[in-house]
Design a protein around this ligand. Structure first.
Ligand code: SAH
Length: 344
């Protein structure tokens, strides 16, 4: 196959995506990154969208093998933030000039539909902010209630498009059911986010290709491709972190295939490589998600080990200097889905 030819095509076949993810020569990988950056620029110009995260509970009813929040992990000090704590964190996010609040947690039914609704209504009333929910699988009625309350987006990653691997890592769970949730969220009208974990044992390049193609097929508005990093309190504690090159190639190829979707430079990438935010933004990503989870909770949201923690305001200051350096700037507005804008 001829690299230049592939990079000039509008639609890529599965074999061509596998070919791109398998590139090894430095000059070829460089071409891949340049192409991804060009496509990112075509859709987003020099705008980088920020989403402020608050990780409001680390209780989880699920037992995902790779995750430090899994319910079988008895070593984790669990916490739940009160509504007031969540709202005051949302206020900090808004005051920092960030126009999306991401509410993330383990799967925790302590937060009833009405409590989540109440939190959404309060944030929407007090602040001029978009809301993304990332709180795992819930019922269709709940999704509808939260959408009606004003939540804009829902992030529910498919994690892996390989059926068998999905069932290995989520015992008693099926990929089909996860995808039904994502489709349901989309139908209800959420801007929907999905994505994978790169570097799970047993996963190969074809699987990662399928992850990208699945995001395309489901017409997701945002897609997060994050590297696996082990949690010392999970059965995968001995598994090495994802390969950095494969992670970066996945982000770049995803940009080339998915074109106008939002792709974050993830916290996991920041943990994997020190200058992850900058590197990610240069090879296809257009979103950064600064973490506003307050101390002392922040240290206990241990999805994986050595999760990068920082003071969000310092982080933002450094980020702005970096953005300036690479000729980018914080995006105007709420950074809604480009797909949504096109359909209006
Ligand atoms: N409970 C929610 C969201 C919280 S977890 C949900 O199920 O959607 C957020 C994300 O962290 C998950 O979607 C998963 O992709 C990622 N994650 C979990 N463990 C990880 C690990 N060890 N390395 C990298 N990412 C991980």
């Amino acid at each position: 196959m001829e690299l230049d030819q592939i990079l000039n095509k509008e639609e890529l076949t599965k074999d061509e995506i596998v070919f791109l993810l398998s590139l090894e020569k430095e000059n070829e990988i460089e071409k891949l990154y340049l192409c991804a950056d060009k496509i990112r620029k075509k859709y987003f110009g020099n705008e980088v969208h920020l989403r402020g995260i608050v990780e409001f509970s680390n209780y989880c009813e699920q037992d995902c093998l790779y995750c430090g929040l899994r319910k079988s992990n008895k070593n984790l000090q669990r916490y739940r933030m009160t509504k007031d704590e969540i709202i005051s964190t949302a206020e900090k996010i808004t005051q920092a000039g960030i126009k999306t609040v991401v509410l993330q947690s383990g799967e925790d039914h302590f937060y009833s539909s009405s409590l989540v609704t109440d939190i959404i209504l309060t944030i929407k009333k007090k602040f001029e902010s978009a809301i993304t929910l990332s709180i795992g699988e819930r019922g269709r009625d709940e999704y509808e209630e939260w959408k009606n309350a004003g939540a804009d987006r829902y992030l529910l990653k498919h994690e892996t498009a390989n059926d068998e691997l999905y069932s290995t890592y989520h015992q008693h769970e099926k990929l089909k059911s996860r995808l039904a949730h994502i489709k349901c969220l989309k139908k209800i009208g959420f801007q929907t986010g999905s994505g994978n974990i790169i570097g799970l044992p047993g996963q190969n390049i074809e699987d990662i290709t399928d992850d990208i193609l699945l995001c395309k097929e489901m017409e997701c508005d945002m897609c997060s491709f994050s590297p696996f990093i082990p949690s010392q309190d999970s059965p995968l504690r001995e598994v090495p972190s994802a390969n950095t090159d494969l992670t970066l190639k996945t982000i770049a190829v995803a940009r080339i295939v998915l074109k106008n979707v939002h792709i974050p430079s993830t916290t996991a990438l920041l943990t994997l490589i020190g200058n992850g935010a900058e590197v990610g933004l240069k090879i296809g990503a257009n979103v950064i998600m600064p973490n506003f989870t307050p101390i002392p909770y922040r240290d206990n949201y241990q999805i994986y080990k050595d999760k990068k923690t920082y003071d969000p305001i310092e982080f933002l200051n450094e980020l702005k200097v970096m953005l300036d350096k690479i000729d980018r700037k914080v995006g105007e507005g709420k950074g809604h889905s480009l797909k949504l804008m096109l359909n209006q």
